[in-house]
Write a protein that binds this ligand. Structure first.
Ligand code: GCB
Length: 601
């Protein structure tokens, strides 16, 4: 399988970088998936083989049109564009790489009609070297076919059924049990970048703290040559070098270090050093350089507590989504600068990347701003625990950890959301998934956002931290606010009693239509959401004294789009912000609580 991509592409003194975002050509395939292949849609410009529509990259394609058949399309869509490669890239003998930060769900890529890459599983980057097929004296054709079909062996899973009018099959319908719209397309930036022939392939860092001293354990791996050395330099925020080394793997010691802290806990949240790794050739010449931001921090955990730099942490924040009007899941810096401003306005210190890996730029922002992330792989509502699915699930974690291993903001791996973990086969399945994660990273705890009851769940035994999702006062005991506090307290306590591990409530909430006011509190109103939160807060306050409770994450940060169902009014409305990022009454209510907790820290 394609191993995904490790290092985020960047320009350095030895690397060029070009962004291929913009407006591409686009066409939907007819239901017959072979049609485009048979008619050579990848062999020439798409507009030569039929009508195209303009499609922004990055964006989901679903909501930019005026056509429900585009929104609800199932199967293949085709994209293409042309690009030039400057001749001086060739003169400096560079390798040329093409990198997709995320295409959902599966993608096949051609350059100048030659197949160069296939990647399955959305939300994760992949890249390929295309040096040998580039034209320098004319433009190059880049073609991508994207398949959004979800089946029993995709991550996540879905099913397809045929829709008939009378006895005529008119189209296919995708269904899935997870609760967010299956947006598709080229969702994140597409990059063209270069490396020298001898290049840095990956940099891995782990950090440790003893007293005031910080340690960075690093490993630089490279390709293309044997006879090279490394020069490692660690710079502080002022550009002053504070440590250095001449080996490709080793340990840096930083006296009186500035540590990475989470927001509001410390005067310098998100302190980052820059590790500059250089490959040095036999004549002492610099072959390649890469700059990695490094936050020095430790994450440890006991049977009751998670510690950041040896201090107990209490997560307060949200489950989120990559979701917005028109662009769907397309990466959007405007939206995410706003999201981070709202996260800090509310006084949150953490979020979970429910229910898939988010854009790399989001983790970079969290690193900088001192926000903690529970990093979730794209496995949601897993229910058929086959060997094929297991391999793909493990693959999604391989690619996730390869991508996100160096982020100080990532404090935990979530290997699944709401799997059917009471199923007999879930036991062996999750044992293997956890083991797989532990072969790649022992430095972070592993969790699952569990929805099954503690008596039936078979996955908790393998986890380091128990996260549970529960909708007291909403799906259960609808409208019965008085049942909430006791139920939440009892369930969290039962999870801890069963497993003797830290417990987080990773989802709770109520759908709320902004502007709907009903008093006394009544479901769907702003008053009801506020009251439901208050009842949960009672339980959380009591649980914090019980000593094992490590966090509260409300569902959801903002309203988001879902598949069309009669239980979703224009999408899921459990946001404390609307989809336009305006606060509901609950946002002000949560803000008062989060700031009070932060002040007491
Ligand atoms: C859940 C899911 C989440 C849903 C939420 C809801 O348990 O994890 O994806 O959106 O409930 O609102 O029903």
């Amino acid at each position: 399988p394609n191993p995904g991509a490790a290092l985020y592409p960047q320009e350095t003194e030895t690397r060029y970088l070009r962004n291929l975002d913009g407006i591409w050509n686009f066409r939907r395939s007819p239901v017959d998936p072979e049609h485009g292949y048979r008619n050579g849609w990848y062999e020439q410009d798409l507009d030569k083989t039929g009508p195209i529509i303009p499609m922004p990259v990055p964006s989901s394609y679903n909501d930019v049109g005026e056509d429900a058949t585009l929104r609800d399309h199932v199967g293949l869509v085709w994209y293409d564009r042309r690009f030039h490669v400057p001749i001086w890239w060739a003169r400096t003998n560079q390798r040329i790489w093409l990198r997709f930060s995320s295409v959902h769900y599966a993608a096949q890529v051609w350059v100048n009609s030659k197949p160069v890459s296939y990647h399955e599983i959305g939300h994760l980057p992949f890249e390929v070297e295309i040096t040998d097929i580039i034209n320098y004296n004319s433009s190059n054709l880049l073609t991508v076919v994207v398949d959004n079909t979800l089946l029993s062996d995709t991550v996540p899973q879905g099913t397809i059924r045929d829709i008939f009018v009378g006895t005529t099959k008119v189209r296919q319908e995708q269904s899935y049990t997870f609760d967010f719209f299956n947006y598709a397309g080229i969702h994140r930036s597409v990059f063209l970048y270069t490396t020298p022939q001898n290049y840095i392939d990956d940099v891995v860092v782990n950090t440790d703290i003893q007293g005031l001293t910080g340690f960075v354990v690093y490993n630089v791996t490279y390709k293309g040559a044997a006879d090279v050395n490394c020069l490692i330099q660690l710079f502080d925020k002022n550009g002053v070098q504070v440590a250095g080394a001449n080996e490709c793997a080793g340990l840096l010691e930083i006296g009186n270090a500035n540590f990475w802290w989470a927001y509001l806990m410390h005067s310098t949240p998100g302190y980052l050093y820059t590790l500059k790794a250089s490959l040095i050739g036999p004549l002492g010449e610099i072959l390649d350089t890469y700059n990695l931001k490094v936050g020095i921090r430790t994450i440890t955990w006991s049977n009751t507590t998670i510690y950041l730099n040896d201090k107990p942490i209490y997560l307060r924040g949200f489950g989120m989504h990559e979701d917005s009007d028109i662009r769907g899941k397309g990466w959007d810096p405007v939206l995410w600068v706003k999201n981070f401003n709202l996260i800090k306005w509310v006084g949150a210190n953490a979020f979970r990347t429910s229910h898939y890996p988010y854009a790399e730029e989001i983790y970079q922002m969290a690193d900088e701003q001192g926000i903690m992330i529970i990093d979730e792989c794209p496995s949601v509502d897993t229910d058929i625990f086959t060997d094929i699915l297991l391999e793909k699930h493990k693959q999604s974690l391989t690619e996730l950890i390869r991508r996100d291993k160096n982020h100080p903001s990532v404090i935990m791996w979530s290997i699944s959301n709401e799997p059917r973990s009471s199923n007999y086969n879930a036991d062996a399945y999750f044992k293997k998934v956890v083991k797989h994660v532990k072969t790649m990273d022992l430095s972070r705890p592993v969790t699952i956002a569990i929805s099954q009851r503690y008596l039936n769940d078979k996955s908790g035994q393998y986890l380091d931290v128990i996260c549970f999702n529960r909708y007291n006062g909403w799906y259960a005991n609808t409208g019965q606010l008085s049942t909430i506090a006791t139920n939440v307290f009892d369930e969290a306590t039962a999870w801890h009693s069963k497993h003797n591990k830290p417990v987080i409530m990773s989802e709770y909430g109520a759908d709320t239509l902004a502007g709907l006011h009903l008093f006394p509190e009544y479901v769907w109103s702003e008053e009801y959401q506020v009251a439901l939160l208050s009842e949960h807060f009672k339980a959380f306050d009591k649980l914090r004294h019980a000593g094992f409770f490590s966090g509260e994450l409300i569902w959801n940060f903002a309203d988001f789009k879902t598949a069309q169902t009669i239980t979703r009014v224009g999408g899921n409305k459990k946001g404390i912000f609307t989809r336009e990022r305006q606060p509901k009454a609950s946002a002000h209510h949560l803000r008062a609580r989060y700031h009070a907790i932060a002040a007491a820290e």
